[in-house]
Design a protein around this ligand. Structure first.
Ligand SMILES: NC(=O)c1ccc[n+]([C@@H]2O[C@H](COP(=O)([O-])OP(=O)(O)OC[C@H]3O[C@@H](n4cnc5c(N)ncnc54)[C@H](OP(=O)(O)O)[C@@H]3O)[C@@H](O)[C@H]2O)c1
Length: 308
């Protein structure tokens, strides 16, 4: 009999990718059947999950009572919160802890938490307002102290950010420019977030082996110069990189994102997104995978056209 894997954020990028991967992967499909959680079971992304055989349950991370039925009978839970939904660390922490509490109360065996590094600690107090990292790390600490098998999925910088709010801009003179705060040679750990399932699969296949482990999830560390080089090669349009101040790097950022961006300038350049052990941690993570994650080249190719 298959075990139940409950996926929060099932209609979103991380959770949706995990569901896609489990459905397509014969080994995981033989082990797990799926439940997806959404606040609105009637929306198209939820009904399409139902059509693909996923049980859909409506629940809200801010309503802890609704989480009881959300996680009931689950063997494993994938928990993710969306900081940007409310832009509040307190809410993200409360929601993350509510997932953990519900999982524990329901005797779930394995909790996989979508975490990020504790930037305040990693930078020894130099950057204390990268709230969407620190809040996830606080939930991770909470989970680590619970009597439950737990593993941590830490997503790098989404390649998808460059399709949406950090897309390079076509200038009036026909050139294309990516304007960001990073130095041209900063190291960005990039993940195609549709690869979430590739990173979570080893944990689902052997929960005891990976309990307590953090997965540093990216394909590679790319510099901004490498990013624009690949766009240039694949699209045939010259794309250049401009390092700008936080005030000019607006793109399509919301006011809250803009405020956070200003506070986090320096994280990637001065401390590295995953901290001093990021390269070794990424190598260890990639060594655990069966399916290689997508490269920036394959992502740019797959998402043509870019600058029409
Ligand atoms: N962008 C990056 O480079 C990056 C890198 C690392 C980590 N992250 C983190 O990734 C997280 C977002 O994950 P994602 O990209 O998968 O999100 P996403 O695609 O924006 O989807 C958000 C998901 O969360 C669900 N959700 C939001 N609020 C909820 C609530 N109160 N109750 C139940 N479900 C709720 C939504 O479900 P419904 O709307 O259907 O209810 C949806 O499925 C953020 O916290 C962000 O900090 C982003």
């Amino acid at each position: 009999m298959t075990k139940l894997l409950t996926v929060f954020g099932a209609t979103g990028q991380q959770g949706g990718s995990l569901i896609d991967y489990v459905l397509k992967n014969p080994e995981l499909s033989n082990l797990y059947h799926l439940r997806g959680i959404t606040r609105d079971a009637s929306k198209a992304s939820a009904t399409s999950l139902k059509e693909r055989g996923v049980q859909v349950i409506q629940a809200d991370l801010s309503d802890s009572q609704s989480l009881v039925s959300a996680v009931a009978d689950s063997y494993a839970v994938f928990g993710v919160t969306n900081y940007w939904d409310k832009g509040s660390a307190a809410i993200e922490i409360a929601q993350g802890k509510a997932i953990a509490d519900a999982a524990l109360a329901a005797s779930v065996t394995l909790l996989i938490w979508s975490s990020l590094p504790n930037v305040s600690r990693m930078t020894r107090g130099a950057l204390t307002d990268v709230a969407h990292f620190d809040s996830k790390a606080e939930v991770e600490e909470y989970i680590r102290n619970l009597p439950i098998l737990s593993s941590f999925f830490m997503a790098g910088w989404y390649m998808q950010n460059h399709i949406s709010y950090m897309r390079p801009k076509l200038q009036d003179n026909g050139s294309v420019v990516l304007s960001q705060t990073w130095s041209p040679t900063a190291l960005l750990p990039m993940i195609d977030i549709t690869d979430t399932g590739k990173f979570v699969a080893p944990i689902l296949l052997d929960p005891a082996k990976y309990s307590g482990k953090s997965f540093t999830c990216a394909t590679f560390f790319y510099t901004p110069l490498e990013l624009v080089g690949v766009w240039t090669k694949i699209t045939g349009k010259k794309v250049t990189y401009a390092q700008v101040g936080a005030d000019q790097a607006r793109g399509n950022l919301t006011a809250e994102m803009q405020r956070k961006l200003k506070k986090s300038v320096g994280l990637i350049d001065d401390y590295s997104y995953f901290g001093p052990t990021g390269r070794e941690d990424l190598k260890w993570t990639l060594d655990q995978l069966t399916d290689a994650p997508n490269t920036w080249e394959s992502f740019v190719n797959a998402n043509e056209p870019w600058f029409s």
